[in-house]
Design a protein around this ligand. Structure first.
Ligand SMILES: [Zn+2]
Length: 70
């Protein structure tokens, strides 16, 4: 079973042998949601960071800018 390194906790994460780019896995160690961004070698990225922080930035963007200006 191939492994990669969790970007969150730097522990080995086991992934399916037939995993594909864009597949999602969970780190056994820190339970972070990870997405496969590369296959040779297998590279993992935090799913939450890619997805939710973008959405959050949009949601809070306008109010944050107002605060910074003030
Ligand atoms: Zn982890």
């Amino acid at each position: 079973m191939p492994t990669s390194i969790c970007p969150e906790c730097d522990e080995e994460v086991y992934v399916d042998a037939d995993i594909e780019q864009g597949d999602q896995v969970n780190c056994d160690e820190c339970h972070a949601g990870l997405v496969v961004v590369g296959l040779d070698p297998i590279e993992l990225d935090l799913k939450d960071e890619a997805d939710e922080s973008f959405a959050d930035d949009d949601d809070y963007g306008s109010s944050n800018y107002e605060d910074e200006r003030f």
